[in-house]
Design a protein around this ligand. Sequence first.
Ligand code: ME8
Length: 519
Amino acid sequence: MPKPYYITTAIHYPNGRPHIGHAYEMIAADTIARFQRQAGRDVRFQTGTDEHGLKMVQTARGRDMEVRALADEMSGYFRDMAEKLDISCDRFIRTVESDHYAASQAIWQAMADAGDLYLDRYEGWYSVRDEAFYEEKELTEGEGGQKLSPQGTPVEWTAEETWFFRLSKYQQPLLDFYAANPDFIRPESRRNEILRFVEGGLADLSVSRTSFDWGVPVPGSPGHVMYVWVDALTNYITGVGYPDDKAMFEKFWPADLHLIGKDIVRFHTVYWPAFLMSAQLPLPKQVFGHGFLLNRGEKMSKSVGNVVDPMALAELYGVDTLRYFLLRDVSFGQDGTFSDEAIVTRANADLSNSFGNLAQRTLAFIAKNLEGALPEAGKGDPADAELLAAVRQGTAEFRAQFEKLALSQALEAWMQAVFACNAYIDTQAPWALRKTDPERMHAVLGTLIRAIRDLAIAILPVVPASANKLLDFLGAKDRDHAALEDSGWYEALAAKGFRISPPTPIFPRLELKTAEGET
Ligand code: ME8
């Protein structure tokens, strides 16, 4: 039985259209999901939209629409984006769905049964943009004396009767859990931030609101809806059958990885595990806080007018190019910057000029000169085995780095193997051998086909459409990691009389265009 693997992204606020930060997170998670599927795991991958809370209420009011209508419209854009970007999610969850209400009320009840909820009056600071409560000591002052959250968003004073969760009770259990599970919070810098925060003491958390009604109703407490983060975090267990589908829940929970951005690590590594401890449910295995994407080094914001529409970028440069660029150019876990020039330069250097050109030249040459027949064993040379060893080493290193979520380093290792192939072509010069030594030419081209197939299998999670297309040209059916161990595929395919058709370019060269300023 393959080992299950459950991965989630954050669920995104549909108070506006998706931006490239949302696309980045979905792409990174999708790549990891595809990688784990290739490794033979039984993967479940969930993404979706987080539709409750005051931010949604205020946005809808500003646009003079019903909140539900806003949620329906905007959530649709997120779903469209997931489809366009080849996001292979098993469920796109919306927090307005009925099974999600049931799951949220069930975990609430479990926390109440544990004695962890009590009614009191909340007075304090709230940031609508972050949907977060802050303590006075965390705030700074902005222009005109406006108090700001640590994220730089405005906070407002709120006072209402709410339910409280006894977060303070979980300070020591959380610290013990972090100590026993050093990989729970990644990368290391985020772990240190959280340790410092929890060591500083935890105040009980206000977990219901009475000043608006757009949320999951608190069971048995008319007038109260759950604080949006309580229901939002619960989406992760709704999606695996909590509370009724016990078989599914046992199979996929706890999650292997919650992939989220660095601004919401506290919710996922303090509040969420405390809720789960209270409800006596197992805790997720890992939370990874990725960095933020910056537009030419600048934070994106509507007021600056530098928010980039990921769909426009995908349209201009291609989905796979965008996927590759984001994972290759941004060191995973750190902030990264993008620009049209950077995308075009990277795509042309790595995909078009190096890997694409390697594949294109080799396949087109075989299609033309050997009528597409797979090259014969020919006259071997130690250089052939050396190249295949370099490719094997590159794809193994790719997988090892990927397992550690060092995605950019993984791609760098893959590129080293591509470079080795290009160096091999230059020294072996198969095109010249056609006249001087056809037997040697066969051996060289056969070696290249094997190398290209392995490189395409390795890179498949990152550029799925392109790699699949290339593997189709090669007639390579098995595309999981086990296929990398099978060197007999080539002879088997040749024995069947497979012929390579003239290929169309996999990664055409890109021209610089611009998607700047579009929203
Ligand atoms: O926080 N670069 O939703 P959200 C990279 N609904 N990632 C970015 C980014 C950027 N510029 N801007 C945002 C929420 N993100 C909650 C989550 S989960 C139970 C509830 C990331 O739409 C951000 O860090 O504001 C988060 O992981 C995700 O996009 C959704 O952000």
